[in-house]
Design a protein around this ligand. Structure first.
Ligand SMILES: NC(=O)c1ccc[n+]([C@@H]2O[C@H](COP(=O)([O-])OP(=O)(O)OC[C@H]3O[C@@H](n4cnc5c(N)ncnc54)[C@H](O)[C@@H]3O)[C@@H](O)[C@H]2O)c1
Ligand SMILES: O=C(O)[C@H](O)COP(=O)(O)O
Length: 389
């Protein structure tokens, strides 16, 4: 069997190389794709053929993908958690220095100077007092969202001598273990803002995080504060940012999202969405998500999905496998096993997991499974997809 993978963005060759060419066709234009491989392409208005069984995001954020729509269709969306975290961390730490030392306006000042070396020297020595900055040790950084990126940023800033406050009500045990014991827990967002010189956001863009950085919270920040946003544009209220910059309350906004509203402001440093744009991060993401996708297409296993439950079942030698996604309602496994028993099929192994409104079942069956049985399973009310793998 050959799988077809449609790519919507350029994906690192090392990731694409994970798909054996004798079993996979991978292209940016392809009919009847089994899966879609994507980075930041906006999929919200895209209509995809029914052949699509999985969406794989070679990166972290999935706000460009209509995840809810795919959940209703029983299609898993995968991402590459942590695979680009170091790249983002390095750029955020660079952002702290850009802001603290006024590097961008100072650089622009120098590029605007004219004259011979003596004249330049005079202008440099006269002009440099406009760009006096500050050092990071002793300053307080607030890190909102202590996931893959936030933890790395918090630990590095702490190692640089900053006092670091973190806020993440849903921090995982794994991330809590990784966090330096020197990072202090903020009691609330307002508590964090009121104690910080600089604040950086590392949360996904969802309804709950839209305009998380707003006028009220900016007022709490210490004077001449800095906001860093390498998460998503919509997490900050840009109008409030501009107002606060113009009022001199905020000294800089450093971000990865050059919108029309912010990009030309003299106190804004806006980069062209470069957070994950290193060769290493692009490779890590592409390799991780390609391996995840292959395991799903070839074995039905689910790892690193943002909408499906984790479901990994070692294959029973000699058994046929079916993978079923269904609504998470009572008696689904009962109906499925009754249909298999009626067809005289014996279950060798079974895994059933649920997450929110979705449930997912992997069943290894002794012997072959006739197509007629697959059709019967598809006919059960609440079943979304059935696949022989
Ligand atoms: N600029 C870039 O190129 C780039 C690269 C990677 C990721 N990102 C963005 O950064 C985001 C975070 O990435 P990550 O890899 O750290 O993801 P992650 O899932 O590992 O971490 C996100 C963290 O945010 C926390 N969180 C969610 N809602 C919160 C809230 N209301 N308050 C506080 N914490 C909250 C979660 O509990 C989680 O720990 C991504 O969703 C993406 O939008 C940007
Ligand atoms: O969420 C992410 O992983 C980043 O925003 C990276 O996006 P990109 O893959 O388009 O660089």
């Amino acid at each position: 069997m050959t799988f077809r993978v449609l790519t919507l963005n350029n994906i690192s060759v090392r990731g694409l190389d994970r798909f054996p060419r004798d079993r996979y066709e991978v292209a940016s234009e392809i009919g009847h794709p089994d899966a879609v491989l994507v980075r930041s392409a906006d999929m919200h208005e895209m209509s995809l053929p029914e052949s699509v069984k999985a969406i794989a995001r070679a990166g972290a954020g999935t706000n460009n993908i209509p995840v809810g729509k795919f959940s209703k269709l029983g299609v898993p969306v995968f991402n590459a958690p942590g695979a680009n975290a170091n790249a983002v961390k390095e750029l955020v730490i660079a952002g702290l220095f850009l802001a603290a030392r006024n590097i961008c306006p100072a650089w622009e000042y120098v590029r605007g100077l004219k004259g011979n070396d003596d004249q330049l020297d005079e202008a440099v020595e006269k002009g440099k007092k406009k760009f006096v900055g500050y050092e990071l040790p002793g300053r307080t950084l607030g890190v909102i969202g202590l996931g893959a990126i936030g933890v790395e940023v918090a630990n590095t800033a702490h190692a640089l001598g900053m006092h670091v406050l973190g806020f993440d009500p849903q921090i995982t045990v794994q991330r809590a273990w990784q966090l330096s014991s020197g990072v202090e827990q903020a009691l609330s967002l307002d508590d964090l803002f009121s104690r910080c010189d600089m604040v950086t956001v590392h949360v996904p863009l969802i309804d709950a995080t839209k305009h998380l950085v707003n006028a009220n919270r900016l007022r709490l920040l210490k004077d001449r504060g800095v906001i860093l946003n390498f998460a998503r544009a919509g997490i900050v209220d840009e109008a409030a940012i501009i107002e606060s910059l113009d009022a001199g309350k905020l000294s800089a906004y450093v971000c990865d999202f050059p919108t029309a509203r912010v990009k030309d402001h003299p106190r804004v440093v806006a980069l062209p969405h470069l957070g994950a744009s290193t060769g290493e991060a692009e490779e890590n993401c592409a390799v991780m998500v390609a391996d995840t996708l292959r395991d799903f297409l070839e074995n039905g296993n689910v790892r690193n999905s943002v909408n499906f439950p984790e479901a990994v079942l070692p294959r029973t030698p000699g058994a046929a496998r079916i993978a079923i996604a269904n609504e998470n309602v009572p008696n689904m496994v009962g109906q499925i096993s009754t249909a298999l028993a009626a067809a005289n099929l014996n279950i060798a192994d079974l895994l059933n997991k649920s997450r929110g409104d979705l449930a997912y079942t992997l069943i290894d069956i002794d012997g072959a499974v006739p197509d007629s049985v697959i059709g019967q399973l598809r006919g059960i009310d609440g079943v979304l997809t059935v696949r022989k793998v």
